[in-house]
Every structure is written in structure tokens, then in C-alpha cells.
Design a protein around this ligand. Structure first.
Ligand code: NDP
Length: 281
């Protein structure tokens, strides 16, 4: 396969040097025999559209989008998927002629990791999402599609959680299934699946979730990856929660969704997840 004729993809963010996306996508390309290149673009702040225009003019076929450009990607696109529209953010773009299609695969990747890789059903279960930022926004519809008994969004800034939930209710989400509030609302509640979608783990902090909200037979999932046992996962482990996971599977699964969307072939994720997993110790 020749690099000259290869289709071009990249991930755009700022900063971007830490990104694992090139390694993931090149592993997928090798495993599926797809002729493509995948690089990083450090997008200058405030110049998202000009940078993407240049990439397209040079023949670029698609982009992954990460912090801080996920909202810009939505504004740039001509065609938004339901998940990108609901999240108000996009992490994957596909260019076809003068059209730019936007998707958000973070939530799909999360749900696939939980249900398929970790073997934990969401249907009929009580699910708690900690945080009310972009990651939570992207996770809500894919989780609701699994028909949980309850999806509660708890956030430090309570108004942000209630406003976010209200947006989804206005969009048709069931008010009996989707609810939101603060950490104080959790003192009498227990959940089967607790997902830490805050960025607290990045600075080794613990969101103020009471240990009593975690169920020993349930799953504690931290979206942050590669940090071993985060304070949240440590709390879960010390509380006897049997299933613990970080977000490496989510990262690889959202990449696989984008790859399938661009190339029409879904790569197997098992080996890539295994290689990238940092033990939870
Ligand atoms: P945002 O910046 O949009 O939101 C951050 C959220 O974290 C806010 O709700 C904020 O609360 C909360 N928060 C931050 N610090 C604390 C704290 N010490 N205690 C309690 N709450 C806190 O981030 P995103 O939603 O985009 O991402 C969240 C995390 O998910 C990131 O760490 C990111 O790395 C991870 N992620 C992982 C992915 C994967 O593929 N594995 C994909 C996408 C994201 P408040 O509103 O009160 O400030």
C-alpha cells in the first residue's frame, strides 16, 4: 500500500501531543488492511474553521476532534447526527464534497464498553452519572437507549445538572427515567452502575459521591483512563464494588465507531484495549 495514495485522517485538539488516537487508528488500519494515514493537528485556538478548511483542501477525509474544539466542530459541520445535536458537541467529522458530517461517538463507545466488553447490562438498572459537562451530555442518549430503570445526573454545580436534564426532557426524554440534582440528593440512594464523568480524576480528586450510593454487585466506571486506581475507583474498591473499570475501553470503542463510519469496516478492539490498559492498582 502506498502512503502517497493513502486517505488522510487526523485528530485535532490543543494540546494534542498526548493523544493516543494515531496509535489506535493505525492499529485498526493495519488489522483491517485499510490504506490510510492518521496524524495529529495542534489547532491554534480561535482558528478551528481555518485549520479544518486547510486540512480538507489538502485532501483530508475525516477528523477526530478533542478538547477544546468539540463545540466548534458542531458549529462547523453542515450535517449533525442526532447524538452530535443532543450533545451540542462532536468528536468525529467526515468530509464528502462540500458537506461536513458531524457525529459524537463518546456515548456509544461508553455504552459498548460497559455492555459488550464488561458484560454489564444497563437495561432495567439504576445508573448514576457524576458530572454535567460534555462527556455526560454525550452519554445520556446512548444510555437512555439501553432502557435503564433510572438515570440520575449529579453535579457539583447543581444548576448545571438540572438545566442539562431539562434540555433532554424538552427533547422528549422520559421524566420518570432521567433526573438530575446535586450530590446531597444521593444520601438515600443506591445505584447499580456509577459512572464518573467528572474531570476530578485528572487532578487526583474525588467527586463528593457517598460510598453508600455504590452497590457491591454493581459497576464503578471512571471515564478518565490510564491513571490506575483513581480516588473514585479506590472509593469503589474499598466499598467492595466488584466491577471496576476506567475509560480506556470507551476511548478505543469510540475510535472503532469513527473508523467504521469512515471506512465501512469495524475493527476488532480487544487487542488494542489490552495493549493500552493500565492496571487498576
Ligand atoms: P467538562 O470540563 O465539560 O466537565 C467537567 C465536569 O467535571 C463538570 O461537571 C465539573 O463540575 C466536574 N468536576 C470537575 N472537578 C470536579 C471535582 N473536583 N469534584 C466534582 N466535580 C468536578 O469535561 P468533559 O465532560 O468533557 O470530560 C469529563 C471527563 O471525561 C474528562 O476527565 C475526560 O478526560 C473524560 N473523557 C473520557 C473519554 C474517554 O474516551 N474515555 C471521552 C470524553 C471524556 P462543575 O460543573 O461543578 O464544574
Amino acid at each position: 500500500m502506498s502512503a502517497a495514495s493513502a486517505d488522510r485522517y487526523a485528530v485535532i485538539g490543543n494540546p494534542i501531543s498526548h493523544s493516543k488516537s494515531p496509535a489506535i487508528h493505525m492499529a485498526f488500519a493495519e488489522a483491517t488492511g485499510q490504506n490510510l494515514t492518521y496524524t495529529t493537528i495542534e489547532g491554534p485556538l480561535g482558528q478551528f474553521a481555518a485549520t479544518v478548511d486547510r486540512f480538507r483542501a489538502e485532501g483530508g477525509k475525516g477528523l477526530n476532534v478533542t478538547v477544546p474544539f468539540k463545540l466548534d466542530a458542531c458549529a462547523y459541520a453542515t450535517d449533525l447526527s442526532e447524538s452530535a445535536r443532543a450533545a451540542g458537541a462532536s468528536n468525529a467529522l467526515k468530509f464528502e464534497g462540500d458537506r461536513c458530517h458531524a457525529e459524537n461517538f463518546d456515548g456509544t463507545g461508553l455504552v459498548r464498553d460497559i455492555t459488550h466488553n464488561l458484560g454489564q447490562a444497563l437495561a432495567g438498572r439504576r445508573v448514576l452519572l457524576l458530572g454535567a459537562g460534555g462527556a455526560t451530555r454525550g452519554a445520556i442518549l446512548p444510555i437512555l437507549r439501553e432502557t435503564p430503570a433510572l438515570l440520575f445526573v449529579a453535579n457539583r454545580t447543581v444548576d448545571k445538572a438540572t438545566a442539562l436534564v431539562r434540555d433532554f426532557h424538552a427533547g422528549g426524554a422520559n421524566t420518570k427515567v432521567l433526573a438530575g440534582g446535586g450530590y446531597d440528593d444521593l444520601s438515600q440512594e443506591t445505584f447499580d452502575v456509577v459512572i464518573n464523568a467528572t474531570s476530578a480524576s485528572l487532578s487526583a480528586q474525588l467527586p463528593p459521591v457517598p460510598a453508600s450510593a455504590l452497590s457491591p454487585n454493581g459497576l464503578a466506571y471512571d471515564m478518565v483512563y490510564g491513571k490506575g486506581l483513581t480516588p473514585f475507583l479506590r472509593l469503589a474498591k474499598d466499598s467492595g464494588v466488584r466491577h471496576l473499570a476506567d475509560g480506556v475501553g470507551m476511548l478505543v470503542e469510540q475510535a472503532a465507531e469513527a473508523f467504521a463510519w469512515w471506512r465501512g469496516v469495524r475493527p476488532d478492539t480487544t487487542e488494542v484495549i489490552r495493549r493500552m490498559t493500565v492496571p487498576l492498582v
